[in-house]
Design a binder for this molecule. Structure first.
Ligand code: SF4
Length: 263
């Protein structure tokens, strides 16, 4: 059973670049990504991915808020995925989008799910909307271990293709790029074929609680890289400055506009 909760606020101020507000229709996330740092942001106790709470009154609160809120870009899904499996049944994200469209708020969606395709009809009606889809690896067997609840790599690429064909601006969040594990050439090749408007690349961020999960993952599937992970993430050794520069170069060669996430 999925717990239903009630919230008092809908939009919260966002410090993420390009966003004025954050809107999160769920608390928790069934995608259960190994590297997720949302649990520390929302002070989540318990196993991440096992439980998701649905903010059942969020559309009602959002409706009131939008009547007086200053217009600004709403980031949909900053600490949860707005198109995780619960959305199929609850449609909280869709109902929030209907309200945002009504009030003509600009929206930036961030997801790892092809369920976003369900809402193409609605997304097309916005005057200003972007859909960002994350890709971490090109290998779906590995994706199953790293992001077990999210859509497959192929489904996400298909979503990017279909959104673009529907005239909706797309971008790709390439990250977190996993040292020695991410096949970056394969990933950039795959992304270049779906022609997003731009790409943002990011490092693996060791926020509170993330290292233990990543260490377990590397120990189990890539024990040969564990010493390097300790060097980079525990001892603060260099890796990303040169690597991300190379990724930018690869993207440029494929005609992709690429920015590095510096936050
Ligand atoms: S999709 Fe995003 S919020 Fe959900 S588990 Fe993965 S990183 Fe965390």
């Amino acid at each position: 059973m999925i717990p239903e909760i009630k919230v008092k606020t809908a939009l919260s101020p966002s410090k993420l670049p390009g966003l004025d507000y954050a809107l999160n229709p769920y608390r928790g996330c069934a995608h259960a990504c190994v590297y997720c740092y949302a649990p520390s942001v929302i002070h989540w106790n318990g196993k991440w991915g096992e439980l998701v709470e649905v903010k059942v009154n969020l559309p009602r609160i959002l409706s009131k808020t939008l009547r007086t809120a200053k217009k600004g870009v709403v980031g949909l899904g900053t600490v949860t995925d707005p198109y995780q499996p619960a959305e199929e049944k609850y449609e909280i994200t869709r109902r929030c989008l209907e309200l945002l469209r009504l009030h003509d708020f600009p929206v930036c969606i961030m997801t790892k799910s092809a369920l976003v395709l369900r809402d193409i009809d609605l997304l097309r009606e916005f005057s200003n909307i972007e859909v960002g889809i994350t890709l971490t690896l090109p290998d779906d067997r590995l994706r199953e271990k790293l992001e077990p609840g999210a859509s497959s790599v192929e489904e996400r690429l298909r979503a990017l293709r279909e959104l673009r064909e529907a005239g909706i601006d797309t971008w790709v969040f390439l990250g977190p790029l996993m040292p020695y594990i991410t096949d970056i050439e394969g990933l950039v090749d795959a992304v270049s074929e779906v022609k997003p408007k731009y790409v943002i690349v990011d490092r693996l961020r060791m926020k509170k609680g993330v290292w233990e999960n990543v260490r377990r993952f590397v120990e189990e599937f890539y024990p040969q890289y564990l010493d390097e992970y300790v060097r980079i993430f525990v001892e603060g050794g260099e890796y990303y400055d040169e690597f991300l520069g190379n990724v930018q170069g690869m993207c440029g060669e494929k005609g992709l506009r690429c920015e590095v996430n510096f936050i």
